[in-house]
Design a protein around this ligand. Structure first.
Ligand SMILES: *Cc1c(COP(=O)(O)O)cnc(C)c1O
Length: 261
């Protein structure tokens, strides 16, 4: 047991109160700074950030919006609607815009998918990004597939497929690479899973960290974005918060069969 001083105990109970009030996630660093000015925060270990990418983003922001005086327009006027934004994303990921669902952060896409497509039963690998069970509807049963610590949280593909087949869910969630453990399923293994689970109605693949993963020693990257063309049950979800370092902007999208968009 760690022994806290009286002062530390006070701070700890204040943090606990903030946490209880924050809902599913930790309070933001802004809330903690405001409510606990006595704390000197060095690292925010509750939320992920990518300061290198944020720096790069700021360079572009300055060059493209501030130096050109376009920032005022961007702030003053309503933005283009999602169809237009989907067109922009379409060009960079090479997927038709009618297959792209734009969200206010990937969280919004996750919520929409969990509410609209996931039905009676979903399998979520654990440990995982909590939104996938927090946004499950009241009438959706969440079944956890436990990744094992002594196997370094690596997904045992065959065992997983057997588990899914035995539970007969309508939906499964694969975060690749996984948050929080970074476990990565190589492209050919992912295809193996998809080929063996064609009966599952929704296979949700969250690729929010795909830009940190690689397939081989040459750092080649393979995204699953295109797989929905071959497997109509695939829904790919992508946050821009981590790789582009822009969590504050709330930008994310989903790629899926066009009848779902
Ligand atoms: C952070 C995260 C999200 C949410 O991303 P936002 O775009 O910030 O809403 C979704 N999925 C995973 C796996 C994440 O780690």
């Amino acid at each position: 047991m760690i022994k806290l001083t009286l002062e530390e105990q006070k701070i700890a109970s204040k943090i606990k109160r903030l946490k209880d009030a924050a809902g599913s996630h930790s309070p933001s660093i802004f809330t903690i700074c405001e409510k606990l000015p006595e704390l000197e925060i060095k690292v925010d270990a509750c939320f992920l950030s990518n300061p290198y990418a944020t720096e790069l983003f700021l360079d572009y922001l300055k060059k493209d919006l501030i130096d050109t005086n376009k920032l005022k327009d961007v702030l003053e006027f309503y933005p283009s609607q999602n169809g237009v934004i989907a067109d922009v994303i379409s060009k960079s990921i090479d997927v038709d815009s009618k297959n792209i669902f734009v969200g206010n952060g990937a969280i919004e896409v996750i919520q929409a998918v969990m509410h609209n497509f996931v039905e009676k039963r979903v399998i979520v690998n654990i440990p995982t990004f909590s939104s996938y069970y927090e946004f499950a509807r009241g009438d959706t049963e969440v079944i956890y597939y436990q990744l094992k610590k002594d196997e370094n949280f690596v997904l045992d593909i065959k065992n997983y497929i057997d588990f899914v087949k035995s539970k007969k869910p309508d939906s499964i969630v694969i975060i690749n690479p996984n948050n929080p453990d970074g476990g990565y399923i190589k492209y050919k293994d992912l295809r193996f899973i998809l080929n063996n689970l064609k009966e599952i109605k929704n296979i949700i693949i969250d690729e929010s960290f795909i830009h940190f993963a690689f397939e081989d020693d040459e750092y080649n990257l393979i995204s699953a974005t295109e797989l929905f063309k071959e497997f109509s049950n695939v829904i790919v979800i992508k946050s821009l918060s981590k790789d582009f370092g822009i969590a504050g902007i709330r930008a994310g999208y989903g790629v899926m069969d066009q009848y779902k968009v």
